[in-house]
Design a protein around this ligand. Structure first.
Ligand SMILES: [Zn+2]
Ligand SMILES: [Zn+2]
Length: 345
């Protein structure tokens, strides 16, 4: 059977193609995709920073309805509303057995050699699927994946209700990190932004400090508001040497820096600040378990309960046929874009 899929056709080019629909192999299910967000990592591919597939559709911030079950899949039914992790895991290696399944030895792309969410249907491995509550909208469902990323980053910082949290970057992951920190009840939050729409959104999400990097020096600002101490935790969501250096400078001594950005090339950075401050620097890799529950379960609960009003982030909606315009708008933040959704409802 044929279906439509959006395929990268060159640098800053993506187009709709007629392709063969994937039937789900053993262990996979077929999902009728309903809404899919354009992620910063999709833009890295769009710009050619990372490799582009010229054969298969990308799209990992996706949700939809199960329409067919591959052999051996018993925990899902046709008609289930689901959200999808971007990778599959084996369930039996050392890391899977200890609940660190995002570090699985046999981790693979959720739809290997198959189409992702920027196609009418995606075949996804059952290990990365989560059922959504019936009342959840597809728009909310597509936001589970990025919120899970931010939830893990906040969890990995170890921040508690007495801690102050600074977030570098006003894009989706930064805004969701802010929303997650506010929902968790941390003491004080700061977010750096570059565009008007990011500042306006951060305000509605409850940020205590919004620092626009185009007119304010972040390091001076933090020095002022913390009496030179710095923030207990810093979440770096943007990438680049300058942001790394800012993160390690505005964190307090022995504070935590969590890196959750797309680093697509090696950087020249200042490491002596870390020696002097004894700060802890760590990464945050997609999502897995944070405490007793998975980051996906936590994100579903945060959205379903209304603790995080996730759809506030979505600024633009396009049908699949207009995906090239959707990417253009998403890539150009002067368009007012934060999260752009590709819709197939
Ligand atoms: Zn993503
Ligand atoms: Zn494994």
């Amino acid at each position: 059977m044929k279906m439509k899929a959006a395929i990268y056709t060159g640098i800053e080019e993506i187009a709709i193609r007629e392709v063969e629909r994937n039937e789900p192999p053993p262990g996979f299910v077929l999902v009728d995709t309903k809404q899919t967000g354009i992620c910063g990592s999709d833009l890295h591919s769009y710009f050619g920073h990372w490799g582009q597939s010229h054969e298969h559709a990308a799209g990992h911030e996706t949700c939809g309805v199960v329409t067919a079950l591959g052999e051996g899949v018993t925990e899902f039914d046709i008609g289930d509303k689901v959200a999808v992790e971007c990778f599959s895991h084996c369930g039996t290696c050392k890391y899977c057995e200890t609940g660190q399944y995002n570090l699985c030895f046999n981790r693979a792309w959720i739809s290997p050699n198959m189409h992702g969410g920027f196609a009418e249907y995606t075949a996804t491995h059952h290990s990365g699927l989560f059922k959504l509550p019936k009342r959840m909208t597809f728009e909310q469902g597509a936001l589970v994946e990025p919120l899970a990323v931010s939830h893990r980053a906040i969890a990995r910082s170890g921040a508690n209700s007495r801690d102050t949290v600074a977030i570098i970057g006003g894009g989706t992951i930064g805004q969701f990190a802010l929303a997650d920190a506010v929902a968790a009840g941390v003491k004080e939050t700061l977010i750096t932004v570059k565009y008007e729409q990011q500042a306006a959104l951060a305000k509605t999400l409850g940020a205590d400090h919004i620092v626009n990097i185009s007119d304010t020096d972040v390091q001076d600002y933090v020095k002022d508001v913390t009496n030179g101490i710095g923030f207990d935790a810093v979440i770096e969501t943007v990438g680049g040497a300058e942001n790394f250096n800012t993160a390690t400078t505005i964190v307090r001594k022995q504070g935590a820096v969590v890196l959750v950005a797309g680093y697509y090339k090696p950087l020249e950075v200042n490491l002596s600040t870390i020696v002097w401050s004894e700060a802890f620097i760590t990464g945050s890799n997609c999502y897995g378990y944070s405490g007793m529950e998975t980051d996906f379960e936590a994100a579903i609960e945060l959205i379903d309960s209304g603790k995080v009003d996730a759809t506030k982030l979505v600024t633009h909606y396009y049908p699949l046929d207009e995906i090239s315009e959707a990417f253009r708008v998403s890539a150009d933040k002067t368009s007012g874009a934060i999260k752009v959704h590709v819709c197939q409802e």
